[in-house]
Design a protein around this ligand. Structure first.
Ligand SMILES: Cc1cc2nc3c(=O)[nH]c(=O)nc-3n(C[C@H](O)[C@H](O)[C@H](O)COP(=O)(O)OP(=O)(O)OC[C@H]3O[C@@H](n4cnc5c(N)ncnc54)[C@H](O)[C@@H]3O)c2cc1C
Length: 491
C-alpha cells in the first residue's frame, strides 16, 4: 500500500525528474529503518522509477547544544544503520560534519541529478528552517513525510489548545488513521536497483569513520562540539530502542499506574529513542497490542474525548497510551500549527495576564541560571532532579513538572523562567529539542492548563507545586539516595 498522501508535503514546487540518477532519502529526524513512512515513500519512488536509493544521514557539528552526549546517541544509530543497510540494496551515507558548515553542499551534490528527495517532516528546533532553505535551493522536488505520530499531524488542521480537544479528534480519527500501518521493514524488497554513492561525494564528504561509529573516544573528542556534556552510557540506535521497548512491555507496563513515584521505576524511558526517531509510535503500539492481545477493533470512538475508555485495554496500558499518543502528539500539533510554539507569546491569554499581574512580586534573591545549572539551590529535591538531568540526560516526569514550577518561582520574570527551562532542558536532556520539550515547559506556565485558585504570589492563578507536597506524596527514598546531595535528610 503506498504511503498515505496525507502524510506527505511537498516543500517546493519542483517536479519529480524521472530521468534522474537516484532517489535520495535525507534522514534527519526519523532515524530508523523500520516503521518509517518516509523511508517507505523513498523506496516507493525508487521502485516506481527503477532508480537506486541513497540514504543520507547527516549529523551537524554547529547546531545549538551539539555535544558528546547527543552525538554519541545519534552515532550509535548510524552504526546500526551502516550494518543494517549493508545487507540491503540501498547505499547508506552516514556523514558527520568535522566542522560547522563543512556539510554545506552535500545534499545539493546528491540531489543535483536526483529524481526526487524525500525527508522527515519534523516541526521544531532548526529542522524546519534547514529544510525550507534546502527546498529553495534544490532543483528537484523535496517531499517531507510525517512519520512521527499515530495520527497524521495534518488531520487537526489547526493548533488545539487543550488535551481534551486533541483526545476528541483522536477518538474520531484514529480508527481510520490506523488502517495505514507503516511497513516493518520497507527496504526488504528484491527489486531495488543496486545503489552507490557518487565518488565525487564520498571524496568531498567522506562517510563517518569506523572508529567514530564504533564509539572511539578520541574520534568524538576531535569534533568541535561541547565535550563537557558526556555520553550517559545509554546506547542509542534502533536496536537499543527496540530492546528497551521489549523490556518495558515485559517488566514495567503492568505497574505503569505508579509512574508518578520515582522509586517505582515503571516509566518506559522511551522518550530519547522517540525523540531521535530510533523508535516510532507504531512499533510501540504494536508491541503493546501483542502483549495485551489487543487490536484496533477494540477502540471505542464513542469515548468522545473522555480520558478513559477509548483504547479498550487494561488501565495501565490505557494510561500509557494516553501519554504516548494524546500528550506526545499534542506537542507535534502545536509545533506544526503555531509558529510561536517556542515563544512566550504563545501562552494562553489568561496565563500571560495573571503572570503579568504578578511580575513585580518579590523573588528570592541570588538565583541565576549558573546556580540552577550547578544544582546548588536551597531545595534538595530540586537539586536531585537537576543532578539527574545533568548526569543521566533524563529527569523523572513528575519531578520535571516540579522542576519547572520551582524555576518560575526563582527566576526574575516568567520570560526568564521560560528561557532558563528551555536552556537547561535542551542542553542536557537526551529527549530535549523535541515538540514535547515545549509542551512540558509551556505547560509549566499554563499551556494546556486552566486557572487554579487561590491566587498566589508570582504564579497568580497558574498551577503551583511545592517540593514539600511532592515529598509527602511520592516514594522518593531510592531516588534521593541516588541523586540527592544529602540523602540522610530523607531517610
Ligand atoms: C518541564 C518539562 C519538560 C519536558 N521536556 C521534555 C522533553 O524535552 N522531551 C520529552 O520527550 N518530554 C518532555 N517532557 C514530558 C515528559 O516529562 C517526558 O516525555 C517523560 O517524562 C519521558 O519519560 P518516559 O519516556 O519514561 O515517559 P513514559 O511515561 O513512559 O511515557 C511514554 C511516552 O509518552 C510521551 N509522554 C509522556 N509524558 C508526557 C508528557 N507529559 N508530555 C508529552 N509527552 C509525554 C513521551 O513521548 C514518552 O516517552 C517534559 C515535561 C516537563 C514538565
Amino acid at each position: 500500500m503506498p504511503t498515505p498522501l496525507e502524510r506527505v508535503r511537498a516543500l517546493n514546487d519542483r517536479p519529480i525528474a524521472p530521468d534522474g540518477a537516484r532517489v535520495v532519502y535525507w534522514m534527519v529526524a526519523t532515524r530508523r529503518p523500520r516503521h518509517n513512512f518516509a523511508l517507505e515513500r523513498a523506496v516507493d519512488h525508487a521502485r516506481a522509477l527503477a532508480k537506486p536509493l541513497v540514504v543520507l544521514e547527516p549529523l551537524r557539528a554547529g547546531y545549538l547544544h551539539a555535544c558528546d552526549r547527543f552525538h554519541r546517541f545519534v552515532l550509535d544509530g548510524m552504526a546500526d544503520h551502516a550494518a543494517f543497510f549493508r545487507e540491503r540494496r540501498v547505499a547508506y551515507h552516514p556523514y558527520v560534519e568535522p566542522a560547522p558548515g563543512e556539510g554545506a553542499g552535500l545534499l545539493e551534490a546528491l540531489a543535483k541529478d536526483a529524481c526526487v528527495v524525500v525527508t522527515d517532516d519534523w516541526p521544531c528546533f532548526f529542522v524546519p528552517h534547514m529544510q525550507r532553505a534546502a527546498a529553495a535551493k534544490l532543483g528537484v522536488r523535496l517531499e517531507a513525510v510525517d512519520a512521527s505520530g499515530l495520527l497524521p499531524v495534518s488531520r487537526a488542521g489547526k493548533a488545539l489548545g487543550r488535551a481534551f480537544d486533541f483526545r476528541r479528534l483522536l477518538h474520531r480519527e484514529l480508527p481510520s488513521a490506523l488502517e495505514d500501518w507503516p511497513l516493518a521493514d520497507p527496504t526488504a524488497v528484491e527489486d531495488l536497483v543496486p545503489a552507490s554513492i557518487p565518488r565525487g561525494v564520498t571524496s568531498r564528504w567522506p562517510r563517518a569513520s569506523a572508529a567514530l561509529l564504533a564509539g572511539a573516544h578520541d574520534a568524538l573528542a576531535a569534533l568541535p562540539i561541547r565535550h563537557t556534556i558526556l555520553p550517559t552510557g545509554e546506547r542509542g540506535g534502533f536496536r537499543a530502542a527496540e530492546d528497551r521497548l521489549a523490556r518495558f512491555v515485559e517488566a514495567r507496563l503492568d505497574g505503569y499506574e505508579e509512574r508518578a513515584h520515582p522509586d517505582a521505576d515503571v516509566a518506559s524511558e522511551l522518550s530519547p529513542h522517540l525523540h531521535f526517531g530510533h523508535l516510532g509510535p507504531h512499533a510501540v503500539l504494536g508491541a503493546i497490542a501483542a502483549r495485551e492481545g489487543w487490536s484496533p477493533a477494540e477502540l471505542d470512538p464513542s469515548a468522545r474525548g473522555a480520558r478513559a475508555g477509548f483504547w479498550g485495554t487494561r488501565p495501565a496500558a490505557e494510561q500509557f497510551l494516553d501519554q504516548l499518543v494524546t500528550w506526545r502528539e499534542l506537542g507535534f500539533n502545536a509545533c506544526r500549527y503555531d509558529e510561536a510554539y517556542d515563544r512566550y507569546a504563545s501562552l494562553p491569554a489568561w496565563a500571560r495576564a495573571t503572570l503579568a499581574a504578578h511580575a513585580r512580586d518579590p523573588r528570592p534573591p541570588g538565583y541565576d541560571l549558573a546556580r540552577l545549572e550547578a544544582a546548588a539551590t536551597d531545595d534538595p529535591l530540586w537539586n536531585a532532579a537537576q543532578r539527574q538531568l545533568v548526569e543521566s540526560g533524563r529527569m523523572h516526569n513528575y519531578l520535571r513538572m516540579l522542576w519547572g514550577k520551582k524555576i518560575v518561582g526563582w527566576a526574575p520574570s516568567p520570560e526568564a523562567a521560560l528561557e532558563w527551562m528551555i536552556t537547561l532542558n535542551d542542553r542536557y536532556a537526551l529527549d530535549g529539542r523535541d515538540p514535547n520539550s515545549y509542551s512540558g515547559i509551556f505547560w509549566v506556565l499554563g499551556r494546556y492548563d486552566r486557572p487554579w485558585g487561590p491566587e498566589r504570589p508570582i504564579f497568580g492563578t497558574v498551577r503551583y507545586m511545592t517540593s514539600e507536597s511532592a515529598r509527602r506524596k511520592l516514594r522518593l527514598r531510592a531516588y534521593l539516595d541516588r541523586w540527592g546531595d544529602t540523602p540522610a535528610l530523607f531517610s
